[in-house]
Design a protein around this ligand. Structure first.
Ligand code: BV8
Length: 235
């Protein structure tokens, strides 16, 4: 990382940082949205129309996640966070669009999951939010209120409000460095974060396998696999 006087960092990750851990990306060749129709599986309307199929889609991805391991890119970000906190250099916010838990398993202490978490579900009847590894179906009773038919993945679908936006925009407004890792810059509001960071005067960096849709907005761009790029950049 360049020696510029950097105090406050915001990092945004996307599916590309977990690609080398074996979890699919969405818009690459053979990606998840090539195989599955997000309009039938990742919207509230889809869940209302066919909860069985939506639960099955997330149950399968949860199975894959349980077999996956964090990679060197996750670990490099965890080490950077530790350094930033130990030396009290400034703020460090890791925001991920991913719903996997590989940042946490890779050692990151604080991860803001703006699109929710695959290993959590919540009850539409009583609001109970809980962690689980097992599959959920429309008949699975809520562990708190006991009623069935109300459980949904704790995931932000298209058309739903992302989580933690106040925290994110506050950090973007005060950051000196914004780094987007392994994201295609397709989905908003995440794809607009680089613009917010630039407005705050931050240096902006894109680390990905190939240019994303908002690449031209970044001050610095490096392309290659995250497990190579991120450790090199973070040191
Ligand atoms: C919102 C969770 C209002 C689910 C996801 C019409 C109706 C309603 C909304 C909209 C609309 N039109 C537009 C919108 C907005 C919409 C949107 O942006 N749509 C897009 C398609 C145009 N956004 C929303 O609906 C959001 N909510 O707008 O609410 C609002 C807005 C602002 C303020 C208040 C309210 C909610 C979006 C969240 C949807 N949920 N995920 C699930 O996972 O099943 S989004 C989905 O795409 C993914 O989950 C992921 O989180 C997200 C972004 O994808 P990426 O992570 O970038 O992955 P992708 O495959 O695209 O790219 C991978 C990249 O990695 C590539 O660049 C590749 O080169 C690189 N790569 C690959 N391998 C490697 C690598 N890099 C490094 N190393 C490697 N080895």
């Amino acid at each position: 990382m360049s020696a510029r006087q950097i105090r406050n960092i915001v990092i945004l990750t996307g599916a590309g940082i977990s690609a080398e851990s074996g979890l699919g990306t969405f818009r690459d060749r053979g990606g998840i949205w090539e195989k599955f129709d997000w309009q039938k599986l990742a919207t509230p309307e889809a869940f209302t129309a066919d909860p069985e199929s939506v639960h099955a889609f997330y149950n399968a991805r949860r199975e894959n996640l349980l077999a996956a391991q964090p990679n060197d890119a996750h670990r490099a970000l965890a080490a950077l966070e530790l350094l930033w906190q130990a030396e009290e250099r400034g703020q460090f916010l890791l925001v991920t669009q991913n719903i996997d838990d590989l940042h946490a398993r890779g050692g990151s202490n604080e991860v803001l999951h703006m699109h929710g978490e695959l290993l959590k579900s919540r009850c539409n009847h009583c609001g109970h939010l809980f962690e689980h590894e097992h599959a959920i179906t429309p008949n699975t009773p809520c562990p708190a209120c006991g009623r069935s038919g109300g459980l949904r993945p704790h995931v932000v679908w298209f058309g739903e409000m992302p989580l933690g936006l106040d925290t994110i925009y506050e950090a973007l407004g005060a950051c000196d460095l914004f780094v987007a890792i392994g994201t295609s810059g397709t989905v908003y509001p995440a794809a607009g974060f680089v613009t917010e960071a630039k407005a705050a005067g931050a240096w902006t960096v894109e680390l990905s396998l190939q240019p994303g849709e908002v690449s031209t907005l970044f001050d610095e761009r490096h392309y290659g696999p995250a497990t190579k790029l991120v450790p090199e950049w973070a040191e």
